[in-house]
Design a protein around this ligand. Structure first.
Ligand code: UDP
Length: 269
């Protein structure tokens, strides 16, 4: 069974409500609902790609048919960020809350530890040789170490850093195939991670796997990057915190007002 057939079998059994945002159907799920849907997919088998869609990727999909197609073929697309929650309500089909990659990952890892689902982490910076023992580990290795402490029983089937060359991709595919993870977390940034998962699903022999793009979550779980403080998250200012910490993001964030404008125009139609 390939990934798309796997997704179809789920969708005919259980039709989920979506809101069309700039041409991409986004599932109207709470965090608890998303977890339940993912758990069902893990148990039912097949290959499933989960996308946590932020305004930037939805805006890219609006202009780029290949990204739009990729998102429309995903098994689940959640509303990642207050901008997407806002867009859904402007378009008359609200979603209850945001479902971000990092929160989804933490919740899934807690379940994976209990259920014995092996996990694989791909992405983030490599370790630095001749650095402190902690920095010798890659971001993915350090995140795995800390997460195993946080979730006793968690099985890490393998890790790989996110800066390998194209010629090393075949070896990475073999490494993941041999590790047989049930949950594959890919942190390469969007939309690169979504494109990578699509290509991996076309090539892999694995049939029982859920893969999810998680952006910079491994950086946070490894302790090398701080997540925005709780008050920033509550006031929906996480984007501003990241902009202050990583000013180079300003170019990407120019797409936020463009996203707002495009949604307002869609709402008027
Ligand atoms: N990254 C990677 N390989 C690359 C480019 C980026 O592993 O070739 C990692 C990077 O180290 C970081 C993550 O991808 O951990 C991107 O994080 P970001 O927060 O920018 O993700 P986004 O906001 O796009 O979801």
């Amino acid at each position: 069974m390939n990934g798309i057939e796997g997704n179809r079998s789920i969708e005919t059994a259980n039709i989920l409500e979506t809101v069309n945002i700039l041409g991409t159907p986004v599932h109207r799920l709470t965090m608890a609902g998303a977890i339940q849907e993912i758990e069902r997919r893990i148990k039912s088998g097949g290959r499933h790609q989960i996308v946590t869609a932020n305004p930037e990727i939805l805006y890219s999909a609006h202009h780029d048919p290949s990204i739009r197609q990729l998102l429309s073929e995903a098994s689940l697309v959640t509303a990642d960020g207050i901008g997407v929650v806002w867009a859904a309500s402007i378009l008359g089909k609200p979603v209850a809350e945001r479902v971000t990659g990092i929160d989804l990952m933490a919740d899934l890892l807690a379940r994976a530890a209990k259920q014995g689902w092996p996990c694989f982490f791909y992405g983030g910076k490599p370790g630095r040789k001749e650095a402190s023992p902690e920095e010798e580990r890659s971001v993915a290795e350090e995140a795995a170490r800390r997460l195993c402490d946080r979730f006793p029983g968690l099985q890490i089937a393998g890790t790989a850093h996110g800066y390998i060359s194209a010629s090393e991709q075949a070896a990475l595919h073999l490494q993941i195939d041999a590790a047989k993870p049930r949950l594959l977390f890919v942190g390469l940034g969007a939309p690169r991670q979504e494109q990578w998962i699509r290509d991996f699903f076309r090539a892999t022999t694995l049939n029982d796997i859920v893969a999810i793009g998680i952006g910079g979550s491994l950086d946070v779980f490894s302790g090398r990057v701080q997540r925005a403080p709780q008050w920033c998250q509550q006031w929906h200012l996480e984007w501003l915190y990241r902009l202050v910490k990583e000013p180079a993001r300003w170019k990407r964030q120019l797409n936020l007002p463009r996203f707002v404008w495009a949604v307002l125009r869609q709402g008027k139609r």
